[in-house]
Design a protein around this ligand. Structure first.
Ligand code: MN
Length: 193
């Protein structure tokens, strides 16, 4: 059973003007799809063909890890976004963020700093690491499950995530995502899972 590119949870133009349809055409339709295609080529005819995506991620390195993790990361990232999202969360999630970071503004500052200081390609994350909520940054395809942490939210800070809409302005992209696109219902569901 080959891995499939999951459908986007919204229309390709639904995140505009913050993330354009053209960006999703490339980022989802080409980059994410290529990771799925490469993963299928790597597992075809091997024992890995019958494993789950998570099993492959946890047991692999190099090309197989990079492609399987990038399939997971991108599916997770699309679900972290929603039209008319962003801003401060409410309810228990707000309480957890306030107790872990001091305030929503402090959380926002820390995840922005993580995204900006991830040299080259990678990801900025909100995670649950057993002792509470914390911020993590990972290079390339690396992800929290490889570090015994549960991913709650992420921002893709590879250049392909923002170059069409924001050119080199990674800081602007991060700000726009946090202010307009965060799917807090998905983040809360991850925390409760
Ligand atoms: Mn990406």
């Amino acid at each position: 059973m080959a891995f499939e590119l999951p459908a986007l949870p919204y229309a390709q133009d639904a995140l505009a003007p913050h993330i354009s349809a053209e960006t999703l055409e490339y980022h989802y339709g080409k980059h994410h799809k290529t990771y799925v295609d490469n993963l299928n080529k790597l597992v075809d005819g091997t024992d890995n063909a019958s494993k789950s995506l998570e099993e492959i991620i946890m047991s692999s390195e190099a090309g197989l890890f990079n492609n399987s993790a990038q399939v997971w990361n991108h599916t997770f990232f699309w679900n972290c976004l929603t039209p008319n999202g962003g801003g401060a969360p409410t309810g228990e999630l707000a309480d957890r963020i306030n107790s872990s970071f001091g305030s929503y503004e402090d959380f926002k500052a820390q995840i922005t700093e993580a995204g900006l200081t991830q040299f080259g390609s990678g990801w900025a994350w909100l995670v649950e690491d057993g002792s509470g909520l914390s911020i993590m940054k990972t290079p390339n395809a690396d992800l929290p499950m490889k570090h015994s942490a549960k991913a709650l939210f992420t921002i893709d800070v590879w250049e392909h995530a923002y170059y069409i809409d924001y050119r080199n302005a990674r800081a602007k992209f991060i700000e726009v995502v946090l202010d307009n696109l965060v799917n807090w219902d998905f983040v809360a569901a991850n925390l409760a899972a």
